[in-house]
Design a protein around this ligand. Sequence first.
Ligand code: HPA
Length: 273
Amino acid sequence: MTQLVNQINDAVKTIKKTTDIVPKIGIILGTGLGRLVNNINIINTISYKDIPHFPVSTVESHEGRLIFGSLSGKSIVCMQGRFHYYEGYGMKEVTFPVRVLKKLGAEILIVSNASGGLNPLFERGDVMLITDHINMLPENPLRGENDETLGPRFLDMMEVYKRDFIKLSEKVALEEKIPIKKGVYVSLQGPCFETPAEYRMLRIIGADAVGMSTVPEVIVARHMGMEVLGISIITDMGLPDILEPVSHEIVIKAAEEAEPKLAKLVTAFVKAL
Ligand code: HPA
């Protein structure tokens, strides 16, 4: 057994001492998006610091715990707080929790993030369903030794974000009257936001939104065969010719303002699954 598998088993063993729940769905809450938790019927929580091999989050707005419970009657585990490459973690650390969620039973991953809008038809506060991604991070989480019991050495990436999930999300969004956009998410390492020239380049290469997360976790989820729904909240607009300054505070404020839409969408999506 590889060291990674041993570490996953260690973490799962510790978590299982605190809960009997076998979550069907894993949810990752992005920056400023922690309040979806209000819709969860929480059964128990475990702090990241109490789970072996889990990194501890450093970004202030991230609380750093796993929440077990039910959402729309389905058993879930929710990561409140995630790990970013820019914080200094390696990709194995960034993605370790997703491996644990899968081992706990989650076959589906719902992942959210705050991102900058590149598509001029978007505006701040929009909810974007991720249809595909571009990976511009400097390291791939699957680099290095591959454990075939976890997933394949060479991973097909044809349909990373499950089309049926996108269709279902569109359907429930319409029913719930939540306006949504769809688009391609590009991930950069950060922590700088982009220069005007970079925003322009990212638009030219085909991206609709830019952020600093999500892609590593999604690659690892797909590596283990999980089915993925990705949602971005557009917290600022990266339009190079009319660019306004952006800060972490602006991102958090916009994410918090848009959060009720995300919470409603995810809750309705889970119900419809
Ligand atoms: N760029 C990168 N990451 C982001 C942005 C952005 O403009 N907004 C929120 N996360």
